[in-house]
Design a protein around this ligand. Structure first.
Ligand code: FAD
Length: 499
């Protein structure tokens, strides 16, 4: 017997790969996870500057009160006790500044309605209707409620075929309220007339129930999952880039690594962006039509982020997220062209300890199209040249001037900053053009833009944010869908229920 042969090789250690690794190794499969980076986690990776740990792609999570959906999943994944959390302000976990006015999302369905109704006293009923709508959509999904199913239906067709903006317009005529209800669209890089309602509804329903920051960095999630996988007998290798998925005339049989090593397995789960994964496959098993369909899919927009280290005891810690929109149409935020003024951003302090008084660090995230950095597309990390450095500095200074308008004096409290661009994300996670959340789901092409966990190769499956949905909840549920191919969905649901 070949001792180096695995039951399942998992390609990539993003959240999806790690959750699959956890579920399958827990169930006795001999798994190997292969990661190209020196750090596991994909978007859960963190980095250190000025002695501070910065998150790169997991800033806040929801539904972590006992009995709520992520808490149940975290119990099963042995994360609840290992991932320290700070609950965001219950009276306003998200604060929106839109065209000069401020609004708050409060925690809990009733508080959410009452708090928003303070800003919109004539629309109390509309806000109630909105919350009832979210809850109905979330309840309609068996998977998001861990209900057993006969097939892998995850949401009703109607919510896939309606856009977020139409859904909200159907609830209220008040344009100002429409904007506020769509205000956290950076969480899914929403596109007007495209993004399906269910994405918005599942995310908002998730955070309204309770919203939390991870204390001390999102890499804790990745490392805890990795510890469990190893304890279950699984193996994880970093700095092992996959350069080819090798097939015979029926199946995938192995992967070739950049080191030249060849690894065999019975089955494969790819956590690599599907378009990037297709580049690793040269086989007649993938038909031209499938390749063309996947390669034609658009990806969500990328971002430019400013990572800020504050001077000691210079800035009081803000226990909420701040969404800024210059104009009164939040949907315009993705339309920014190269060189345009930044008209929207998301600003968040990071949490280093419970009930902290002073902020040590913060992140400011703004959309950026890949075009803005395309001239450096052929460069690699750390070797992009002076012009790129200048571009990043110019952009950072522009961000700071915009931030200063909402937080006067903030600049003088900053000790230093770091930046990342779409190229950074492209090179650290291999997502297409640094896209934040992978493939765009489009209500106009509902089936075409939904990527299945199955591929045309019978023993090669997909996981990660491009199947099901993105974010901590979307990817975890997507991983359950992928593992269902080996274990059956109801068995996984039973296991989760038993915790
Ligand atoms: C800026 C930003 C902020 C976000 N904030 C939040 C948030 O606050 N809350 C939330 O819930 N979600 C948030 N998200 C979304 C969330 O981080 C992602 O949806 C999720 O982490 C993606 O997981 P994934 O499994 O798809 O893998 P990814 O994170 O995309 O990881 C894929 C992995 O595969 C590896 N890989 C790729 N190619 C190869 C290869 N050839 N060989 C070996 N390994 C390879 C990569 O190195 C990487 O480790 C945010 C995302 C971004 C970008």
């Amino acid at each position: 017997m070949n001792q180096n042969k695995y039951d399942i090789a998992i390609l990539g250690t993003g959240l999806g790969g790690l959750v699959c690794g956890y579920i399958l190794s827990k169930n006795g499969f001999k798994v190997l996870l292969l990661e190209k980076e020196s750090q596991i986690g994909g978007c859960l990776q963190t980095f250190r500057r000025f002695g501070i740990k910065f998150d790169t792609g997991m800033h806040y999570i929801g539904s972590m009160l006992e009995g709520q959906i992520l808490h149940r999943l975290f119990d099963y994944l042995r994360l609840t006790d290992r991932v320290p959390l700070q609950r965001l302000d219950e009276q306003g976990y998200d604060l929106f500044s839109i065209a000069g006015r401020q609004y708050r999302y409060a925690s809990g369905y009733d508080a959410f309605v009452e708090t928003l109704a303070e800003s919109f006293p004539h629309n109390h009923h509309d806000i109630e209707k909105y919350v009832a709508g979210l809850r109905a959509i979330a309840n309609a999904s068996p998977l998001y409620n861990l209900r057993k199913v006969e097939d892998n239906v995850f949401i009703e067709a109607d919510y896939i075929k309606t856009s977020v903006n139409d859904f909200i317009a159907g609830i209220t005529d008040n344009r100002e309220l429409q904007n506020v209800l769509a205000g956290n669209l950076p969480l899914y890089a929403g596109v007007k007339d495209k993004t399906p309602t269910y994405i918005h509804a599942l995310i908002n329903n998730f955070y309204i129930q309770s919203a939390w920051r991870i204390i001390g960095g999102s890499d804790i999630i990745a490392n805890s999952l990795a510890d469990s996988i190893r304890a279950f007998g699984g193996e994880i290798r970093t700095k092992n880039e996959i350069v080819e998925i090798v097939c015979d005339d029926k199946h995938a049989v192995g992967v070739r690594l950049a080191t030249g090593e060849y690894v065999e397995a019975d089955s494969f789960i790819s956590n690599i962006h599907p378009q990037a994964m297709l580049n690793l496959l040269d086989t007649h098993l993938i038909r031209k039509a499938y390749r063309a369909r996947i390669n034609d899919l658009d990806n969500t927009i990328a971002n430019f982020t400013l990572y800020i280290k504050f001077k000691e005891k210079a800035t009081p810690y803000l226990n909420y997220n701040y969404y800024y929109y210059e104009n009164d149409d939040v949907w315009q935020s993705t339309d920014r062209q190269a060189g345009d003024k930044l008209r929207s951003y998301l600003f968040m302090h990071q949490c280093a300890e419970q009930n902290q008084k002073w902020a040590q660090s913060a992140e400011m995230i703004g959309y950026m199209k890949f075009d803005e950095v395309a001239q450096w597309a052929d460069t690699t990390r750390g070797h992009r040249g002076e012009a790129y450095k200048e571009f990043k500095e110019r952009t950072a200074e522009h961000y700071l001037s915009i931030l200063e308008q909402s937080f006067p004096g903030i600049r003088s409290t900053i000790e230093g900053y770091e930046t990342s661009s779409p190229l950074t994300y492209r090179d650290y996670t291999a997502t297409q053009n640094g896209s934040m959340y992978g493939i765009i789901r489009d209500k106009n092409f509902p089936t075409q833009t939904l990527v299945s966990q199955r591929t045309k190769i019978p023993n090669l499956f997909l996981t990660g944010q491009n199947i099901n949905s993105h974010g901590i909840l979307g990817v975890t549920i997507g991983a359950a869908l992928t593992c269902a191919e080996f274990l059956g969905l109801n068995k996984i649901i039973d296991e989760i229920e038993s915790y």
